[in-house]
Design a protein around this ligand. Structure first.
Ligand SMILES: NC(=O)c1ccc[n+]([C@@H]2O[C@H](COP(=O)([O-])OP(=O)(O)OC[C@H]3O[C@@H](n4cnc5c(N)ncnc54)[C@H](OP(=O)(O)O)[C@@H]3O)[C@@H](O)[C@H]2O)c1
Length: 188
């Protein structure tokens, strides 16, 4: 498959890109460092349209969700295309979001909602990946146990090889991690 992935240069995106390449897929990496900022939605979307699959990984307020919506609608009746969205378990929390980023949580809730809407339609093939804390630059300030990026990538591709049943959403987390406790403490 030809797989477009935003945020392929670091963290979870880099691990997904590396795993995909070892499996023989062709990667179209779209990050700011190679000239693709997801806020330039049209430019990024034009590259995604030429691919068979899209991993919606790079986070930017509003734009990650906007890009997801565009791609899902473009592939609405395409049963050969795949959309993988990288969501967050923070989206399971309800307000008040004490020390947690409300805009980020609301963006991820909106992404879940879009993915659920398309899971009902059946096409394109979708996989919503709801993650707990992963060891990347984004979480460098969190002094807690974290999942490893390569383990996340391996699990995603293990799921993707299944065709019947078709898994449309997966949730992974660090064992016994209490998110309610995170939402009540001041500093991590
Ligand atoms: N880390 C976690 O614990 C965690 C948990 C749940 C969900 N997630 C989700 O996982 C995804 C990836 O997070 P991460 O932790 O792997 O982040 P990261 O390590 O900070 O990497 C971010 C990647 O996105 C790219 N990027 C950032 N802004 C961009 C933009 N405007 N346009 C294009 N590319 C951009 C960066 O490359 P350039 O600098 O070259 O642009 C980099 O490759 C996000 O959607 C995040 O919400 C992460």
């Amino acid at each position: 498959m030809k797989i477009a992935i935003t945020g392929h240069t670091k963290g979870i995106g880099r691990a997904i890109a590396a795993k995909a390449q070892t499996l023989g897929h062709t990667i179209v990496g779209l990050s700011r460092s190679n000239g693709f900022d997801i806020s330039d939605t049209e430019k990024v979307f034009n590259e995604i349209k030429k691919c068979d699959a899209f991993v919606n990984n790079a986070y930017m307020p509003v734009y990650q969700t906007k890009l997801l919506e565009l791609v899902l609608n473009n592939w609405k009746r395409n049963n050969l295309a795949t959309v993988i969205n990288i969501s967050s378990k923070l989206s399971y929390l309800e307000p008040p979001y004490r020390n947690l980023p409300a805009d980020y949580i609301e963006d991820k809730k909106q992404q879940n909602k879009l993915m659920h809407q398309f899971s009902i339609l059946g096409t394109p093939r979708i996989l919503n990946v709801v993650l707990g804390i992963v060891d990347t630059d984004m979480t460098a300030h969190w002094n807690v146990e974290k999942m490893k990026t390569h383990a996340v990538a391996d699990t995603i591709f293990n799921t993707l090889t299944m065709t019947n049943p078709l898994v449309q959403e997966i949730v992974f987390d660090v064992p016994y991690f209490n998110w309610k406790a995170v939402n009540t403490t001041k500093e991590q």
